[in-house]
Write a protein that binds this ligand. Structure first.
Ligand code: BTN
Length: 258
């Protein structure tokens, strides 16, 4: 990875401190530790993770030399009701940067899966921590770039894709990282200036979930319904067959065939 190239391409505050490792357990774990001393906007980047973490306790396949694994330390004063927006911001920035760099039709599946051709090309894992009573958020972003889908472990293979798999081309991870972090810088400004509406609107524009029949796995149960909208906290509003709305706080969504 050419770190100097990335540093040269970064325009804003996000990534001014960029810490690179060849190998880590998880960039989120390192960022959680470093958040005690490093400032807002610090980025931890790695070529490889030995214990990459996905949402809902799952693992994130993180071999060397091919993909993006990075975590951003956010130390702004975070209001409880705006927490989900931070994750939305990371998925918006990643989706827009990938669209710009690759021309792929990247969309977002609630809450923050990055999809191309209905398969997962990336994801976001946000973790929170209190440092001396101040809430710190770690935004972890993973993108499958130059990996062949055949390399994925069996259980992920049918649901995953990569930029290489979709375009048949090799992409510069450095350029993609620059794109993601510069885009994130813009959305982070919207967040700190309380321009919540802009974040909601862009997330809705990019989302691939609304109006579709979905299965939702949440609270150890499966619900079938129409994904109708998100509320002001970013929770999913699911219209159940009986006509009532169920609010989904956390879970996994599978879009049924349209
Ligand atoms: C998901 O399950 O969709 C979230 C995946 C998040 C993966 C990224 S890779 C960089 C950061 N470090 C981790 O251990 N996980 C996140």
């Amino acid at each position: 990875m050419h770190i100097e190239k990335i540093k040269k391409g970064l325009k804003g505050e996000i990534g001014k401190n960029l810490i690179y490792y060849d190998i880590v357990d998880s960039t989120n774990n390192i960022a959680l530790k470093l958040s005690e001393t490093y400032p807002d906007g610090t980025v931890v980047l790695a070529d490889c993770q030995t214990k990459g973490k996905g949402r809902l306790g799952r693992s994130w396949f993180s071999p060397p030399g091919s993909n993006i694994y990075l975590s951003i330390i956010i130390k702004t004063s975070i209001e409880h009701r705006k927490l989900n927006l931070l994750t939305f911001m990371a998925s918006i920035a990643s989706a827009l940067a990938l669209r710009n760099c690759t021309n792929l039709d990247v969309s977002i599946k609630w809450p923050n899966d990055l999809l191309v051709s209905k398969k997962k090309i990336g994801g976001i894992l946000t973790e929170l921590k209190f440092n001396k009573n101040v809430l710190v958020a770690i935004l972890g972003i993973g993108v499958n770039v130059n990996i062949d889908v055949e390399q994925f472990p069996e259980e992920f293979r049918s649901l995953s894709t990569s930029i290489k798999n979709e375009t048949k081309n090799i992409y510069s991870r450095e350029e993609l990282i620059i794109g993601i972090l510069n885009e994130l810088d813009k959305w982070y400004k919207a967040y700190t200036q309380n321009n919540i509406e802009a974040i909601f609107e862009e997330w809705k524009n990019l989302n691939a979930t609304f109006g579709k029949e979905v299965l939702v796995f949440s609270e150890g149960k499966t619900f079938k319904g129409i994904a109708e909208a998100i509320d002001r906290d970013g929770f999913l509003l699911l219209r159940l067959p009986a006509g009532n709305i169920k609010k989904i706080i956390s879970g996994d969504v599978r879009i049924l065939e349209d």
